[in-house]
Design a protein around this ligand. Structure first.
Ligand SMILES: Cc1cc2nc3c(=O)[nH]c(=O)nc-3n(C[C@H](O)[C@H](O)[C@H](O)COP(=O)(O)OP(=O)(O)OC[C@H]3O[C@@H](n4cnc5c(N)ncnc54)[C@H](O)[C@@H]3O)c2cc1C
Length: 360
Protein backbone atom coordinates (compact mmCIF):
# COMPACT_ATOMS: atom_id res chain seq x y z
CA UNK A 1 0.00 0.00 0.00
CA UNK A 2 1.25 3.45 -0.93
CA UNK A 3 1.02 6.35 1.44
CA UNK A 4 0.52 8.87 -1.36
CA UNK A 5 -0.28 8.32 -5.06
CA UNK A 6 0.24 11.36 -7.28
CA UNK A 7 -1.58 11.34 -10.60
CA UNK A 8 0.21 13.31 -13.31
CA UNK A 9 3.92 13.80 -13.95
CA UNK A 10 3.54 17.39 -15.09
CA UNK A 11 5.40 20.16 -13.26
CA UNK A 12 2.96 20.20 -10.32
CA UNK A 13 2.97 16.41 -9.77
CA UNK A 14 6.74 16.07 -10.04
CA UNK A 15 7.42 19.09 -7.83
CA UNK A 16 5.08 17.67 -5.18
CA UNK A 17 6.71 14.23 -5.40
CA UNK A 18 10.12 15.78 -5.03
CA UNK A 19 9.08 17.66 -1.88
CA UNK A 20 7.45 14.57 -0.38
CA UNK A 21 10.21 12.09 -1.09
CA UNK A 22 12.41 13.32 1.73
CA UNK A 23 9.86 12.21 4.32
CA UNK A 24 9.06 8.74 5.62
CA UNK A 25 6.11 8.17 3.33
CA UNK A 26 5.96 5.75 0.42
CA UNK A 27 4.99 7.74 -2.65
CA UNK A 28 4.59 7.07 -6.37
CA UNK A 29 3.71 9.14 -9.45
CA UNK A 30 1.45 7.73 -12.17
CA UNK A 31 1.45 9.35 -15.61
CA UNK A 32 -0.83 8.55 -18.56
CA UNK A 33 1.65 9.62 -21.24
CA UNK A 34 4.85 7.81 -22.12
CA UNK A 35 6.80 10.90 -20.98
CA UNK A 36 6.86 13.28 -18.06
CA UNK A 37 6.22 17.01 -18.39
CA UNK A 38 2.57 17.28 -19.42
CA UNK A 39 2.19 20.70 -21.04
CA UNK A 40 5.94 21.27 -20.79
CA UNK A 41 7.47 19.84 -23.94
CA UNK A 42 10.88 20.63 -25.38
CA UNK A 43 11.96 19.05 -28.64
CA UNK A 44 15.72 18.57 -28.53
CA UNK A 45 17.42 18.42 -31.91
CA UNK A 46 20.88 16.94 -32.34
CA UNK A 47 21.64 18.54 -35.70
CA UNK A 48 21.37 21.47 -35.62
CA UNK A 49 21.78 21.46 -31.83
CA UNK A 50 18.65 23.23 -30.71
CA UNK A 51 15.97 22.98 -28.05
CA UNK A 52 12.51 23.95 -29.28
CA UNK A 53 9.90 24.78 -26.66
CA UNK A 54 6.58 23.46 -27.95
CA UNK A 55 4.76 24.24 -24.70
CA UNK A 56 5.81 27.05 -22.34
CA UNK A 57 8.64 29.39 -23.30
CA UNK A 58 8.90 32.11 -20.66
CA UNK A 59 9.13 32.61 -16.96
CA UNK A 60 9.25 35.84 -14.97
CA UNK A 61 11.74 35.25 -12.13
CA UNK A 62 11.28 38.71 -10.58
CA UNK A 63 7.63 38.04 -9.82
CA UNK A 64 7.61 34.23 -9.71
CA UNK A 65 9.68 33.20 -6.68
CA UNK A 66 8.97 29.45 -6.82
CA UNK A 67 10.08 28.90 -10.37
CA UNK A 68 13.07 31.19 -9.82
CA UNK A 69 14.07 29.02 -6.85
CA UNK A 70 13.61 25.78 -8.79
CA UNK A 71 15.72 27.08 -11.68
CA UNK A 72 18.42 27.99 -9.18
CA UNK A 73 18.29 24.61 -7.39
CA UNK A 74 18.50 22.72 -10.69
CA UNK A 75 21.38 24.99 -11.75
CA UNK A 76 19.68 25.95 -14.97
CA UNK A 77 20.72 29.02 -16.91
CA UNK A 78 18.33 31.76 -17.91
CA UNK A 79 18.59 34.21 -20.75
CA UNK A 80 16.58 37.14 -21.94
CA UNK A 81 13.97 36.87 -24.68
CA UNK A 82 15.41 38.57 -27.78
CA UNK A 83 13.51 41.80 -28.34
CA UNK A 84 15.97 44.11 -30.08
CA UNK A 85 14.78 45.69 -33.27
CA UNK A 86 11.40 46.43 -34.78
CA UNK A 87 8.31 44.33 -34.36
CA UNK A 88 5.91 43.89 -37.27
CA UNK A 89 2.23 44.74 -37.00
CA UNK A 90 -0.13 43.75 -39.79
CA UNK A 91 -3.87 44.31 -39.91
CA UNK A 92 -4.37 43.50 -43.59
CA UNK A 93 -2.68 40.58 -45.37
CA UNK A 94 -2.60 42.63 -48.58
CA UNK A 95 -0.73 45.57 -47.06
CA UNK A 96 2.81 45.96 -45.81
CA UNK A 97 3.15 45.58 -42.04
CA UNK A 98 3.91 48.62 -39.91
CA UNK A 99 6.89 48.69 -37.59
CA UNK A 100 6.83 49.09 -33.85
CA UNK A 101 9.29 49.06 -30.98
CA UNK A 102 8.14 46.98 -28.07
CA UNK A 103 9.80 47.49 -24.70
CA UNK A 104 6.92 46.07 -22.67
CA UNK A 105 5.90 42.58 -23.77
CA UNK A 106 8.95 40.73 -22.60
CA UNK A 107 10.09 43.02 -19.83
CA UNK A 108 11.37 40.66 -17.13
CA UNK A 109 10.66 37.47 -19.09
CA UNK A 110 13.37 34.86 -19.35
CA UNK A 111 13.95 31.61 -21.22
CA UNK A 112 15.72 28.52 -19.97
CA UNK A 113 18.83 27.38 -21.77
CA UNK A 114 18.04 23.99 -23.23
CA UNK A 115 14.32 24.70 -22.96
CA UNK A 116 11.67 24.42 -20.24
CA UNK A 117 11.95 20.64 -20.47
CA UNK A 118 15.11 21.02 -18.35
CA UNK A 119 12.82 21.62 -15.36
CA UNK A 120 11.21 18.24 -15.92
CA UNK A 121 14.49 16.41 -16.60
CA UNK A 122 15.93 17.95 -13.45
CA UNK A 123 12.98 16.97 -11.22
CA UNK A 124 12.81 13.45 -12.66
CA UNK A 125 16.48 12.94 -11.91
CA UNK A 126 15.88 13.86 -8.29
CA UNK A 127 13.22 11.15 -7.92
CA UNK A 128 13.87 7.40 -7.70
CA UNK A 129 13.16 6.01 -11.17
CA UNK A 130 11.04 3.20 -9.70
CA UNK A 131 8.63 5.74 -8.19
CA UNK A 132 7.51 7.09 -11.59
CA UNK A 133 5.09 4.93 -13.54
CA UNK A 134 4.63 6.13 -17.12
CA UNK A 135 1.78 4.93 -19.35
CA UNK A 136 -0.50 4.52 -16.35
CA UNK A 137 -3.81 6.21 -17.07
CA UNK A 138 -6.00 6.55 -14.01
CA UNK A 139 -9.67 5.87 -14.77
CA UNK A 140 -11.26 4.94 -11.45
CA UNK A 141 -11.06 5.95 -7.79
CA UNK A 142 -13.01 4.24 -5.00
CA UNK A 143 -13.08 5.42 -1.41
CA UNK A 144 -12.64 2.35 0.83
CA UNK A 145 -12.62 4.25 4.11
CA UNK A 146 -9.05 3.66 5.30
CA UNK A 147 -7.60 3.94 1.79
CA UNK A 148 -8.43 4.65 -1.87
CA UNK A 149 -8.48 2.02 -4.62
CA UNK A 150 -7.00 3.31 -7.89
CA UNK A 151 -7.59 1.67 -11.26
CA UNK A 152 -5.13 2.25 -14.09
CA UNK A 153 -5.06 1.30 -17.74
CA UNK A 154 -1.56 0.46 -18.98
CA UNK A 155 -0.65 -0.61 -22.54
CA UNK A 156 -0.96 -4.27 -21.49
CA UNK A 157 -3.12 -4.69 -18.39
CA UNK A 158 -5.43 -2.97 -15.96
CA UNK A 159 -3.69 -2.39 -12.67
CA UNK A 160 -5.09 -1.85 -9.17
CA UNK A 161 -3.18 0.18 -6.60
CA UNK A 162 -4.09 1.16 -3.03
CA UNK A 163 -3.05 4.43 -1.44
CA UNK A 164 -3.90 6.17 1.81
CA UNK A 165 -4.00 9.53 0.03
CA UNK A 166 -4.33 10.50 -3.64
CA UNK A 167 -3.36 13.78 -5.30
CA UNK A 168 -4.81 14.53 -8.73
CA UNK A 169 -2.20 16.78 -10.39
CA UNK A 170 -3.90 17.22 -13.77
CA UNK A 171 -6.31 19.70 -15.39
CA UNK A 172 -9.65 19.75 -13.47
CA UNK A 173 -11.84 19.55 -16.58
CA UNK A 174 -9.95 16.50 -17.85
CA UNK A 175 -10.30 14.76 -14.48
CA UNK A 176 -14.06 15.37 -14.33
CA UNK A 177 -14.54 13.80 -17.76
CA UNK A 178 -12.19 10.83 -17.56
CA UNK A 179 -12.25 9.50 -14.01
CA UNK A 180 -15.04 7.67 -12.21
CA UNK A 181 -15.30 8.63 -8.55
CA UNK A 182 -17.00 6.13 -6.22
CA UNK A 183 -18.87 7.46 -4.30
CA UNK A 184 -19.49 10.21 -6.88
CA UNK A 185 -18.30 13.73 -6.11
CA UNK A 186 -21.17 16.20 -5.80
CA UNK A 187 -22.73 17.41 -9.06
CA UNK A 188 -21.88 20.99 -8.07
CA UNK A 189 -18.21 20.14 -7.65
CA UNK A 190 -18.06 18.21 -10.93
CA UNK A 191 -19.60 21.25 -12.64
CA UNK A 192 -16.88 23.45 -11.16
CA UNK A 193 -14.19 21.06 -12.47
CA UNK A 194 -15.78 21.07 -15.93
CA UNK A 195 -16.15 24.86 -15.94
CA UNK A 196 -12.43 25.39 -15.27
CA UNK A 197 -10.70 25.99 -18.62
CA UNK A 198 -7.34 24.27 -19.08
CA UNK A 199 -4.81 27.01 -19.72
CA UNK A 200 -3.47 27.04 -23.31
CA UNK A 201 -5.17 23.70 -24.07
CA UNK A 202 -6.83 25.10 -27.19
CA UNK A 203 -3.63 26.57 -28.61
CA UNK A 204 -1.01 25.39 -31.06
CA UNK A 205 2.54 26.49 -31.78
CA UNK A 206 4.74 26.33 -34.86
CA UNK A 207 8.52 26.53 -34.44
CA UNK A 208 10.63 27.10 -37.56
CA UNK A 209 14.36 26.42 -37.66
CA UNK A 210 16.54 28.50 -39.99
CA UNK A 211 20.21 28.60 -40.89
CA UNK A 212 20.44 32.29 -39.85
CA UNK A 213 18.33 34.70 -37.78
CA UNK A 214 17.75 36.74 -40.96
CA UNK A 215 15.09 38.90 -39.25
CA UNK A 216 17.73 40.20 -36.83
CA UNK A 217 19.97 41.10 -39.77
CA UNK A 218 17.10 43.18 -41.23
CA UNK A 219 16.67 45.01 -37.91
CA UNK A 220 13.57 43.07 -36.89
CA UNK A 221 13.14 41.61 -33.42
CA UNK A 222 11.16 38.62 -34.66
CA UNK A 223 8.09 39.88 -32.77
CA UNK A 224 5.02 40.06 -34.95
CA UNK A 225 1.34 40.74 -34.38
CA UNK A 226 -0.89 39.69 -37.24
CA UNK A 227 -4.38 40.91 -36.63
CA UNK A 228 -6.38 40.07 -39.74
CA UNK A 229 -9.05 37.46 -40.32
CA UNK A 230 -7.56 34.18 -41.50
CA UNK A 231 -4.01 34.89 -40.25
CA UNK A 232 -2.37 31.47 -39.85
CA UNK A 233 -0.08 32.63 -37.03
CA UNK A 234 -1.18 35.68 -35.04
CA UNK A 235 1.82 36.16 -32.75
CA UNK A 236 5.47 35.64 -33.65
CA UNK A 237 8.60 35.62 -31.51
CA UNK A 238 12.29 34.97 -31.85
CA UNK A 239 13.09 31.46 -30.56
CA UNK A 240 16.88 31.37 -31.06
CA UNK A 241 19.09 29.88 -28.36
CA UNK A 242 21.17 32.28 -26.27
CA UNK A 243 24.16 31.68 -28.54
CA UNK A 244 22.47 31.59 -31.94
CA UNK A 245 24.57 29.15 -33.97
CA UNK A 246 21.26 28.26 -35.56
CA UNK A 247 18.09 30.25 -35.58
CA UNK A 248 14.44 29.70 -34.79
CA UNK A 249 11.19 31.65 -34.85
CA UNK A 250 7.97 30.58 -33.22
CA UNK A 251 4.36 31.54 -33.59
CA UNK A 252 1.01 30.89 -31.98
CA UNK A 253 -1.68 29.84 -34.41
CA UNK A 254 -4.59 32.18 -35.04
CA UNK A 255 -6.58 29.54 -36.92
CA UNK A 256 -8.96 27.84 -34.51
CA UNK A 257 -8.53 24.17 -33.67
CA UNK A 258 -11.19 22.93 -36.13
CA UNK A 259 -9.62 24.91 -38.99
CA UNK A 260 -6.15 23.63 -38.10
CA UNK A 261 -7.49 20.09 -38.28
CA UNK A 262 -9.14 20.81 -41.65
CA UNK A 263 -5.89 22.19 -43.14
CA UNK A 264 -3.61 19.74 -41.29
CA UNK A 265 -2.04 18.23 -44.41
CA UNK A 266 -0.69 21.54 -45.66
CA UNK A 267 -0.48 23.54 -42.44
CA UNK A 268 3.33 23.75 -42.67
CA UNK A 269 3.04 25.18 -46.19
CA UNK A 270 0.57 27.83 -45.00
CA UNK A 271 2.89 28.84 -42.17
CA UNK A 272 5.84 29.27 -44.52
CA UNK A 273 3.72 31.19 -47.05
CA UNK A 274 2.65 33.63 -44.35
CA UNK A 275 6.20 34.17 -43.08
CA UNK A 276 7.54 34.61 -46.60
CA UNK A 277 4.89 37.29 -47.19
CA UNK A 278 6.05 39.02 -44.03
CA UNK A 279 9.86 38.68 -44.13
CA UNK A 280 10.52 37.91 -47.80
CA UNK A 281 12.25 34.98 -49.54
CA UNK A 282 14.67 34.38 -46.67
CA UNK A 283 11.80 32.81 -44.75
CA UNK A 284 10.85 30.45 -47.57
CA UNK A 285 13.17 27.57 -46.73
CA UNK A 286 13.22 26.61 -43.07
CA UNK A 287 15.44 23.67 -42.17
CA UNK A 288 12.45 22.21 -40.34
CA UNK A 289 9.06 23.07 -38.87
CA UNK A 290 7.63 21.57 -35.72
CA UNK A 291 3.92 22.00 -35.06
CA UNK A 292 2.41 21.13 -31.70
CA UNK A 293 -1.37 21.30 -31.47
CA UNK A 294 -2.35 21.04 -27.81
CA UNK A 295 -6.06 20.88 -28.63
CA UNK A 296 -5.55 17.37 -30.01
CA UNK A 297 -3.71 16.10 -26.92
CA UNK A 298 -5.89 13.53 -25.13
CA UNK A 299 -4.20 14.11 -21.77
CA UNK A 300 -4.47 17.90 -21.91
CA UNK A 301 -7.52 19.11 -23.80
CA UNK A 302 -11.24 18.42 -23.89
CA UNK A 303 -13.62 19.53 -26.64
CA UNK A 304 -14.62 22.60 -24.52
CA UNK A 305 -11.00 23.77 -24.74
CA UNK A 306 -11.07 24.05 -28.52
CA UNK A 307 -12.20 27.66 -28.25
CA UNK A 308 -9.78 29.24 -25.77
CA UNK A 309 -10.97 31.91 -23.33
CA UNK A 310 -10.43 35.51 -24.52
CA UNK A 311 -8.84 36.58 -21.26
CA UNK A 312 -6.78 34.87 -18.59
CA UNK A 313 -9.33 32.98 -16.43
CA UNK A 314 -9.52 33.56 -12.68
CA UNK A 315 -7.99 30.33 -11.39
CA UNK A 316 -7.73 28.89 -7.89
CA UNK A 317 -11.39 28.54 -6.92
CA UNK A 318 -11.40 27.90 -3.14
CA UNK A 319 -13.42 24.68 -3.56
CA UNK A 320 -10.61 23.24 -5.71
CA UNK A 321 -8.32 23.67 -2.74
CA UNK A 322 -10.39 21.57 -0.32
CA UNK A 323 -9.69 17.97 0.56
CA UNK A 324 -12.30 15.28 -0.23
CA UNK A 325 -13.12 11.87 1.18
CA UNK A 326 -11.98 12.86 4.69
CA UNK A 327 -8.50 14.12 3.90
CA UNK A 328 -7.71 11.33 1.39
CA UNK A 329 -8.23 13.11 -1.96
CA UNK A 330 -6.64 16.38 -3.16
CA UNK A 331 -6.60 18.43 -6.35
CA UNK A 332 -3.32 19.97 -7.50
CA UNK A 333 -2.17 21.57 -10.79
CA UNK A 334 -1.81 25.11 -12.05
CA UNK A 335 -5.57 25.63 -12.50
CA UNK A 336 -6.01 25.20 -8.73
CA UNK A 337 -3.44 27.89 -7.83
CA UNK A 338 -4.54 31.15 -6.20
CA UNK A 339 -1.65 33.09 -7.71
CA UNK A 340 -0.14 32.79 -11.19
CA UNK A 341 -2.75 30.13 -12.04
CA UNK A 342 -2.20 28.84 -15.58
CA UNK A 343 1.54 29.47 -15.45
CA UNK A 344 4.39 27.17 -14.40
CA UNK A 345 4.65 29.26 -11.22
CA UNK A 346 1.02 28.36 -10.49
CA UNK A 347 1.82 24.65 -10.91
CA UNK A 348 4.54 25.03 -8.25
CA UNK A 349 2.27 27.09 -5.98
CA UNK A 350 -0.37 24.35 -6.10
CA UNK A 351 2.25 21.69 -5.28
CA UNK A 352 3.37 23.74 -2.29
CA UNK A 353 -0.22 24.13 -1.06
CA UNK A 354 -0.94 20.39 -1.29
CA UNK A 355 2.39 19.54 0.33
CA UNK A 356 1.51 21.70 3.33
CA UNK A 357 -1.96 20.12 3.60
CA UNK A 358 -0.52 16.58 3.45
CA UNK A 359 2.01 17.44 6.14
CA UNK A 360 -0.63 18.65 8.66
C1 LIG B 1 1.41 26.28 -25.75
C2 LIG B 1 1.63 26.59 -24.29
C3 LIG B 1 2.34 27.70 -23.92
C4 LIG B 1 2.54 28.00 -22.57
N1 LIG B 1 3.33 29.07 -22.25
C5 LIG B 1 3.67 29.27 -20.96
C6 LIG B 1 4.68 30.20 -20.61
O1 LIG B 1 5.31 30.82 -21.51
N2 LIG B 1 4.97 30.37 -19.30
C7 LIG B 1 4.33 29.67 -18.30
O2 LIG B 1 4.65 29.86 -17.12
N3 LIG B 1 3.39 28.73 -18.60
C8 LIG B 1 3.05 28.51 -19.90
N4 LIG B 1 2.17 27.52 -20.23
C9 LIG B 1 1.47 26.80 -19.12
C10 LIG B 1 2.33 25.71 -18.45
O3 LIG B 1 2.72 24.77 -19.42
C11 LIG B 1 1.49 25.04 -17.36
O4 LIG B 1 1.17 25.99 -16.36
C12 LIG B 1 2.16 23.87 -16.61
O5 LIG B 1 2.95 23.08 -17.45
C13 LIG B 1 1.05 23.06 -15.95
O6 LIG B 1 1.59 21.99 -15.17
P1 LIG B 1 0.58 21.04 -14.40
O7 LIG B 1 1.38 20.03 -13.71
O8 LIG B 1 -0.38 21.85 -13.60
O9 LIG B 1 -0.34 20.35 -15.54
P2 LIG B 1 0.08 19.43 -16.80
O10 LIG B 1 1.36 19.87 -17.37
O11 LIG B 1 -1.11 19.44 -17.70
O12 LIG B 1 0.29 17.99 -16.17
C14 LIG B 1 -0.78 17.10 -15.94
C15 LIG B 1 -0.26 15.69 -16.18
O13 LIG B 1 -1.29 14.76 -15.84
C16 LIG B 1 -1.30 13.73 -16.80
N5 LIG B 1 -2.62 13.10 -16.78
C17 LIG B 1 -3.79 13.62 -17.22
N6 LIG B 1 -4.79 12.74 -17.01
C18 LIG B 1 -4.24 11.64 -16.43
C19 LIG B 1 -4.76 10.40 -15.99
N7 LIG B 1 -6.06 10.09 -16.08
N8 LIG B 1 -3.91 9.48 -15.44
C20 LIG B 1 -2.57 9.77 -15.31
N9 LIG B 1 -2.02 10.95 -15.73
C21 LIG B 1 -2.85 11.87 -16.27
C22 LIG B 1 -0.99 14.45 -18.10
O14 LIG B 1 -0.52 13.57 -19.09
C23 LIG B 1 0.09 15.44 -17.64
O15 LIG B 1 1.37 14.89 -17.75
C24 LIG B 1 1.97 27.17 -21.56
C25 LIG B 1 1.26 26.03 -21.93
C26 LIG B 1 1.10 25.73 -23.28
C27 LIG B 1 0.33 24.46 -23.67
Amino acid sequence: MLDIAIIGAGLSGLALAEQLQNGERKIAVFEARARGGGRILTQTLADPKLALDLGPTWLWPDQQPRIAKLVHRLRLKLFQQWDKGHGLYQIDAGQAPSLYIDLETHAGSRRIEGGCGQLINGLMQLLPQASIHLQHRLFGLTDRGAYIDLEFATPTVHRHVRARQVVLAAPPRLLADTITFEPPLSAKFIRLLRDTPTWMAGHAKAVLVYEQPFWRQFGFSGNGLLRYHGAVLTELYDACPSDPQKAALFGFFGLPSAVRAYYRENLEERVVQQLTGLFGEQAANPLRISIQDWSTETFTARSEDQIPPNTHPAYGHPLLQLDHWQDKLYFCGTETASREGGYMEGALESAERVYKALML
